[in-house]
Structures are given as structure tokens and as C-alpha cells.
Design a protein around this ligand. Sequence first.
Ligand SMILES: Nc1ncnc2c1ncn2[C@@H]1O[C@H](COP(=O)(O)OP(=O)(O)OP(=O)(O)O)[C@@H](O)[C@H]1O
Ligand SMILES: [Mg+2]
Length: 332
Amino acid sequence: MANPLLTVSNLSVEYPTRHGWLRAVNDVSLELAPGMALGVVGESGSGKSTLGQALMGLTGASQARVGGRITFDGQDITGLTNKAWRRIRGDRIAMVFQDPTSTLNPVLRIGDQIAEVFQWHRPDMPQTEVRRRTLGMLERVGIREAERRLRSYPHELSGGMRQRVVIACALALEPALLIADEPTTALDVTVQAQILDLMRDLIIERGTAMILISHDLDVIGDTCDAVAVMYAGRVVEFGATDDVLAAPQHPYTKGLLASRPRFGHNQAVAPIAGTVPDLRSIGTACAFQPRCAQAVDLCGREGPPLQGFVATDSAKVPHRVACHVVHQEPRS
Ligand SMILES: Nc1ncnc2c1ncn2[C@@H]1O[C@H](COP(=O)(O)OP(=O)(O)OP(=O)(O)O)[C@@H](O)[C@H]1O
Ligand SMILES: [Mg+2]
């Protein structure tokens, strides 16, 4: 990819636990072009949030051991100090989390919370300009009577409105990359759809790249250009969203698709049998092998690399899969 915005190379994140190191992210490599929306999907515990946190320099608090390299906008950000991170975070890379109540300060008026973003990162900006931009941002995220709402406290707003405020804070400085970790899971379905539409409109309008973490493949299908499917800390399938949803290759991705409840379909939902492995004792074999109906001997011995399985033209997002069985199948 020419001039990617973000390049992640062989990233691993390990947490110290009482029973040794737990490898939550395991040798993940991916690239993101400017303006591209990448969905990250996987079961609970697959390492999605840990990946998002590593990309924002937030794993330090949990004493995690981070390996590999992250390059953002041409700069190696792997070993940045906390001070350097505070300058980038909220400015060039911004984030939206699942629960707006944990992001917003309950004792601060929402106008002041958005203004704080400008004051922290643009201390020289005149007050009148801060106010103008704060109002503009509130209006843009669909908050009516923005002037009056500036003086509201978070508890005076509905959950959907609070998440709109969080999005306003995140996008206030026009970051190049937005990381959204389950941004709509706490909201009801109608509001969820409105917020996703809003996020998609805003990132397209501003050319912001996005990493959208979700356990919901439909949400990713509606919002993202590409998708990375994670299992036990690894990316097991990667490709253009349309390609992966139309022709999933990895048995795990197929299982995820089959286990989706589909509105208006009478087909039985087929959950994936078995459970996620213990990440403290992940060996070198394919981590999905114990749950995989198609596994062959090799799967229990060696982990499959993530590699392309069909030739795609270079303009397209390559479709890659980490599965011995897929790579062994003869193709025409
Ligand atoms: N601070 C921590 N210390 C120790 N282990 C952790 C820590 N944070 C996460 N883990 C473990 O790392 C693994 C990956 O967790 P992570 O939160 O990244 O998964 P996830 O895919 O975001 O899951 P979910 O869908 O439930 O949000 C899990 O086994 C989790 O228990
Ligand atoms: Mg998570």
C-alpha cells in the first residue's frame, strides 16, 4: 500500500497475570490507508480492545509487554513516552468507547468538555473561536438547540445524545484516525443505527480513517471498507468487507456468519461449538484447531500464516486468510 496512514507490524501485547504472561494480541500486522474504515470483529476475549488500546498507547497502565512496531503517519509511535502520547491522543488519533458515561465527566457541562479538547491541544486558540467551533461541533453531531445544550450536564442527556457528545469531542480536532471500541453496544437498536450513520458521514466528510471494533458483523458490513477477523489474539482473516462477507474463507469467520441472528429468517442460528482457548497457554498450533471441524494433522502442529489465497489486483484490498486447509485446497 502506498503511503499508509497506519502500519502495524508483528504487534503483540502480553498482560502479566498470576499464572504467567497472557498473550492478548499475537503477531498482528495490518495496514490502513488514509480515510479507510477497518472493522475488527471477533468473540469476547479475542483481543480487539487490547489491539485498540495498543494503537492509542494505553496499554502502559496494565504493565503490558508490547512487541512489534506501530507506524502512524510516517512516525514510529511504538515507544513514545506518556507525554508524547498525550499530544497525539485526542488530536491526531481519537477514540470513542462503548459507554459514554465513562468517557464524559459527570460534573462538567458538555460545552466545557468539548471546549477542553480545544484548550488542551490548541492553547492559543481565542475563546470566541473555541466557542464557535464547540457550537459547530454540537450542531454537526445532531444536537438541537446547541446553544442551550452547552450548559447541560451529561446526566441531563439521553444515552444516544451523550454518545453524540463523545463523538463531537473525538472529532473536534479532525483527527486522522478514529478508534471506536463498540461505540454503540450500550444503545438501543434504533439509536445505534443513527449513531453509526452519523459516524460514517463524519468520517467520510473529513477523510478520517477509522478502526471500528465490534462483535457485530452486520454493523461492520454497513460501515467498513475492510474487516479483520480476530481469534485468540490473531488476525485469522482480512479483506474487503464485501469479499469477506460474501465469501468467508476461514472456518471461524464462516462460524461467526452462521451464528448471526438474522431478522426475518427462520434459519436456526448455529453457534460455534467449543470455547475460546486459554490465552496463557497458546502454543504454536492453530488456536482454532480444537473447535474446527475441518482441521487436519498439520493444524495441530503449526500455526498457519496469514496469507493471500487468490491473486487480487493491486488496487484492491487483498483477501488474506490464516488457515492450512484453505491454502491446501486446489483452486482453479
Ligand atoms: N489489563 C488486563 N490484564 C490481564 N488480562 C487482560 C487485561 N485486559 C484484557 N485482558 C485479557 O486479554 C484478553 C483479550 O481481552 P480484550 O479485552 O482485548 O478482548 P476483546 O476482544 O475486546 O473482548 P470483548 O469483546 O469482551 O470486549 C482476554 O483474555 C482478557 O481477559
Ligand atoms: Mg473489548
